[in-house]
Design a protein. Structure first.
Length: 119
């Protein structure tokens, strides 16, 4: 089993910044992907950013140039630095860990942390 604990959410004005953290524990395989998704009220969950254990990252188009994902493999922690925040970035941000095993990925999710951006 894998446990994920997020922190760092909050309320910020448009143009502000927040830094999210997610600490993973439990059975974490050496080959994995960590990342963040978000869900706004009444909308579908969408992936925001992912990073492999080798440090390769990708982002959804709407956050490129504003958000930066990083990780500390020694501490099994992933971060999301969010700058130039917009009201449309509001939502619950959930951490995800994808363990690569048996030719595929097993997904684990955190409980989420609320991010609210006021205009």
């Amino acid at each position: 089993q894998v446990q994920l604990v997020e922190s760092g959410g909050g309320l910020v004005q448009a143009g502000g910044s927040l830094r999210l953290s997610c600490a993973a524990s439990g059975m974490i395989f050496s080959s994995n992907i960590m990342g963040w998704s978000r869900q706004a009220p009444g909308k579908q969950r969408e992936m925001v950013a992912l990073i492999t254990n080798y440090g390769y990252a990708n982002y959804r188009e709407s956050v490129k140039g504003r958000f930066t994902i990083s990780r500390d493999n020694a501490k099994n922690t992933v971060f999301l630095q969010m700058n130039s925040l917009k009201p449309e970035d509001t939502g619950v941000y959930l951490c995800i860990l994808k363990n690569y095993e048996s030719g595929g990925y097993s997904d684990y999710w955190g409980q989420g942390t609320q991010v609210a951006v006021s205009s």
